[in-house]
Write a protein that binds this ligand. Structure first.
Ligand SMILES: O=C1C[C@@H](O)[C@H](O)[C@@H](O)C1=O
Ligand code: CO
Length: 298
């Protein structure tokens, strides 16, 4: 399965140290994290808060372990701040990723987002964009796409729980109204299933826009409890709503098959944030690596 050398398998550092809750895995060093990624059989990763920002230092640490940078998250505030503020921060982020050899830039709109709020119920209080906010978002994303193109890069939009782009309808509208040459999609299995979407429907509908994939599984009994008990996104993560592929409710075989049939090229990044004191990140990285090998041969 998959065109030879066209698909690479990475893992996100968020299973070791969580950027949204730095106290999770706060004691784990950068070196431990990247060494375990390599030892588990991954060839790349995204960027976490413990990573050195000096690109020379980072490149050396990664190349010693046969790793490269797939991408990194960027928080946009297109609906809540002047465009220039987001653009300035975006250019610095883009240039860092360009220097590190990444081809895509993960972008997620954080205007009015509740994903970082510890007490806000996830399913009741997610933002819903007004028409004016939609216009700002669409125009702003197309312009970020232009800035990425200056370096031969692409932006990949990350739909996310607790944000204005979470549901199937919101993803559909974003894809319809943005320029396909400027804005691509990041497909994150975990966020779709947690939200209650049909992840295979979203996959098939937008498959030609997908340029980056986050492989995240869901413990459905925890997802149900989050809904019933009006928990927040961060409380859900702490309670273990996400896990690695093969350990939750999602069957990844049809996901891999559809992407293979569509000629997908790019990264698969295992991303399974949970409390590392409960779920040993190295053990879970190995578990994910084995499941992916067995499921799609990668
Ligand atoms: O890609 C991601 C980055 C994280 O910071 C985020 O909260 C997580 O859920 C995710 O999917
Ligand atoms: Co993700």
């Amino acid at each position: 399965m998959f065109k030879e050398n066209k698909v690479k398998l990475g893992i996100a550092p968020i299973g070791w140290t969580n950027d949204d809750m730095p106290e999770l895995g706060g004691e784990i060093t950068f070196e431990q994290c990247i060494s375990e990624m390599a030892l588990a059989g991954f060839v790349g990763c995204e960027v976490g808060n413990k990573y050195p920002r000096d690109t020379k230092v980072l490149k050396k640490a990664l190349s010693l372990r046969g790793l490269s940078i797939a991408s990194a998250w960027f928080s946009a505030f297109l609906t809540s701040k002047p465009f220039e503020e987001t653009a300035e921060a975006f250019k610095a982020h883009r240039d860092f990723l360009y220097e590190m050899g990444a081809k895509v830039i993960v972008v997620s709109e954080q205007g009015n987002s509740i994903q970082g709020q510890m007490e806000t119920p996830l399913f009741d209080k997610k933002p819903v964009f007004t028409e004016e906010e939609w216009d700002l978002l669409i125009d702003g994303l197309n312009r970020l796409g232009d800035l990425a193109a200056e370096k031969g890069m692409n932006i990949v939009y990350h739909h996310h729980m607790g944000t204005g782009i979470q549901t199937t309808e919101e993803i559909d509208r974003l894809m319809e109204e943005t320029d396909p040459k400027k804005v691509s999609l990041l497909y994150d299995t975990g966020h779709l299933v947690f939200s209650g979407e049909d992840h295979l429907h979203v996959l098939n509908k937008h498959i030609n826009r997908i340029r980056h994939v986050h492989l995240k599984d869901v413990r459905i009994e925890v997802a149900n409890k989050v809904r019933e008990e009006k928990m927040s996104f961060l409380q859900a993560v702490k309670a273990g709503v996400f896990t690695v592929p093969g350990d939750g409710v999602i069957d990844f075989k049809p996901v891999f098959e559809a992407l293979d049939a569509a000629g997908y090229e790019g990264w698969f990044v295992v991303e399974a944030e949970q409390d590392p004191a409960i779920a040993n990140p190295f053990e879970y990285a190995l578990k994910a690596r084995q499941y992916i090998r067995e499921t799609c041969g990668l």
